[in-house]
Design a protein around this ligand. Sequence first.
Ligand code: ADP
Ligand code: MG
Length: 350
Amino acid sequence: MKKILLFILCIILLLPAGCAGNSPKRYQAEFLTLFDTVTRIVGYSDSKEEFTELSQSIYDELEIYHQLYDIYNDYDGVNNIKTINDNAGKSPTIVDSRIIDLLLFAKTQYIKTNGKVNVAFGAVLKIWHDYREQGIDDPENAALPQMTELEAAAEHCNIDDVVIDEDASTVYLSDPMMRLDVGAVAKGYATEQVAKHFEAKGVTSLLISVGGNVRAIGSKADGGNGNTNPWVIGIQNPDKINENTELFSVEISELSVVTSGSYERYYTVDGKQYHHIIDPETLMPAEYCTAVSVICRDSGLADAFSTATFNMPVDKAKAFINSIDGVEAMWVLPDRSIEYSANFENYKQN
Ligand code: ADP
Ligand code: MG
């Protein structure tokens, strides 16, 4: 059954390699069932069979993370983030070390970003999520949450109430009203762990994109002539009405590019769009920028920083990014002007 399902969901495209002989060819696989988004794997291989096998094993690894980090669904025999939420205020949940590691990582990013990305913000995020879903289903009656409702939920977002016992491998939410929401970090963190796993197994050139959360293993090994070139990644134009789907491209090797944007998930109330990244200070969708793209090695960091900097005034976000070695970012502002961190433009394709 699983095989049949994967056959339907996985599209392997054989694209022209642009080179004669038996040089490696470019392959691409797409999966539609992970992290509520499209997963795309691009690589160069001598045979379709070899590439299919590799992309299938990447899918299998990612699927484990997908189940562990799911906040909405149960899986047989799996204690996941939803299980932890269901047991808030009741009892600690024994979990896989990959959940402990994600939450320890998320706590570190909370501290680094001064709380701008907070996985314990789920009580507030659930309210926005429910209003958004309802507003998308029934646009005529789309409404905004009451501020009093948001403020009451915000009382239950203290990350210190996420109690992690590494020795016992348990997580306990000591506030019964608390909910974890790992949407801001889970995709990037999972992508990073899976990329590292396959690097350790000897994969030297591959591109993994989980919903635009891009992680490059090595460079692009094309041509079969021993040459390597950087991967070329388009930065999406936030205006879908515009014909150009990309603003420009960046060239990267062994790096991640992750974008957070207000155009990704939103609903409309009285003609105004309300998106899915919520500023912990105002409890409202942040309005400092339209999109922010972060480039750095670690895709988990890039994901955490893209959400966190989205929630900062752009001058503060820029100072924050410039203070960290090996991290660059660019912002598309509401007026569509673009701001860059100190060295981002070095990655721009000429
Ligand atoms: P996406 O995953 O949609 O590409 P992000 O990485 O920016 O974009 O994550 C957005 C998700 O993170 C939201 O859907 C929500 O689940 C969660 N989120 C929104 N605001 C915050 C916040 N301030 N802190 C932590 N998580 C947040
Ligand atoms: Mg993020």
